[in-house]
Ligand binder design. Structure first.
Ligand code: NAD
Ligand code: UDP
Length: 338
């Protein structure tokens, strides 16, 4: 089975590519490397001892997509290519809608023209917005995201539903990720943020490796266990395994199937710092700052749907998420560029 992975050089795409190769699928990666390094491909080959094809290109290039589908007998598409920074999306909404919405639509149109009907799509828990009780369930209303990034994912989900209603052959898995962290246990691939990270674990990593002086904890007066924000952190390899399960389930389904990918447990920022310190032996200096605009106090998933429908379970503990992050960071403090 041949699988096209858009954004396969990125953080999540690289780990999913590895899981697909391990399962015996043939993978073709399409990535413009705007937020990743081509060097990740050699790491994937090294770990998997398998080959894969890499196409440097953009999902906004419809001609390239048409050629790619024509030249390869693609059975399914995993769509990770996109922009993901909440803060950046507020300053550059046009760029975010262009890549995340127009890019997704281009890809789907090329798929339908080429009669490729299986798609696994990266969505986000941000589509739920801030109005719900925890844990978040797939049936909860969406569309009240607090930033352009979240709205771009909501619009993309809506487009996928409309396309599936008009094209009954389409089988689409929409996976709503909570907070992916961690790295492949080999320490050879992991998250490689460019610039100053927005997300908690990459920021802690930069403090641990001495590249940033201290962490600012955004908010200490939330109605949570210790006043700091609570999120549902999931090991990236558990996330990757969820994608393989979703693909396998698509053959028996039609239309759009939505699954949360989290662990169902929430941890506060202070709990995360403590867990990282325990695994790494580092001390993470931090100060308390004000709440970050658009942040919600707490977010965690109800994972009963994916557990019962896909027999998927998270397998990695918080300690493993931290120790795998630390192994990746100590082996590659400057990411792939060393
Ligand atoms: P990433 O930035 O590491 O990977 C995205 C990849 O897509 C990069 O390799 C980048 O070069 C590529 N890309 C970007 N624009 C492209 C374009 N126009 N054409 C071709 N390639 C392009 O991000 P990630 O963390 O791996 O996220 C993957 C997907 O998962 C994204 O759609 C993101 O919105 C979604 N997601 C991520 C998180 C998270 O916390 N990491 C959470 C929820 C959802
Ligand atoms: N956070 C923080 N300092 C940082 C980055 C994040 O205190 O430098 C907090 C943030 O306010 C939230 C949690 O860590 O409560 C997770 O933030 P992240 O950006 O990783 O995920 P998201 O908020 O998008 O779910």
């Amino acid at each position: 089975m041949n699988i096209l992975v858009t954004g396969g050089a990125g953080y999540i795409g690289s780990h999913v590519t590895l899981s697909l190769l391990d399962k015996g699928y043939n993978v073709i990666v399409l990535d413009n490397f705007s937020n990743s390094s081509p060097k990740v491909m050699n790491r994937i080959k090294k770990i998997s001892e398998k080959t894969l094809k890499v196409i440097q290109g953009d999902i906004l290039d419809s001609a390239l997509l048409a050629t790619t589908f024509k030249e390869h007998s693609i059975d399914a598409v995993f769509h990770f290519a996109g922009l993901k920074s909440v803060a950046e999306s507020t300053n550059q909404p046009g760029r975010y809608y262009q890549t995340n919405v127009t890019g997704t639509l281009n890809l789907c149109q090329a798929m339908i023209t080429a009669r490729v009907f299986n798609l696994v799509f990266s969505s986000s828990a941000t589509v739920y917005g801030e109005k719900h009780h925890m844990p978040l369930r797939e049936c909860y209303e969406t569309g009240t995201a607090t930033n352009p990034y979240g709205r771009s994912k909501y619009i993309a989900e809506t487009i996928l539903k409309d396309l599936a209603a008009a094209t009954p052959q389409l089988k689409i898995a929409v996976l709503r990720y909570f907070n992916p962290i961690g790295a492949h246990p080999s320490g050879l691939i992991g998250e490689n943020p460019s610039g100053i990270p927005n997300n908690l674990l990459p920021y802690i990593g930069k403090v641990a490796t001495g590249q940033l002086p201290e962490l600012c904890v955004h908010g200490s007066d939330y109605p949570t266990i210790d006043g700091t924000g609570v999120r549902d952190y999931i090991h990236v390899m558990d996330l990757a395994y969820g994608h393989v399960k979703a693909l396998e389930a698509l053959s028996d389904r039609s239309g759009v199937s939505i699954w949360n990918l989290g662990t169902g447990k929430g941890y506060s920022v202070l709990e995360m710092i403590e867990a990282f310190e325990k695994s790494s032996g580092c001390t993470i200096p931090f100060k308390f700052g004000s709440r970050r605009d658009g942040d919600i106090p707490a977010s965690w998933a109800d994972i009963s749907k994916i557990q019962s429908e896909l027999q998927w379970e998270p397998r990695f503990s918080l300690d493993q998420m931290m120790s795998d992050t630390w192994r990746w960071l100590t082996n590659n403090p400057w990411g792939y560029e060393q």
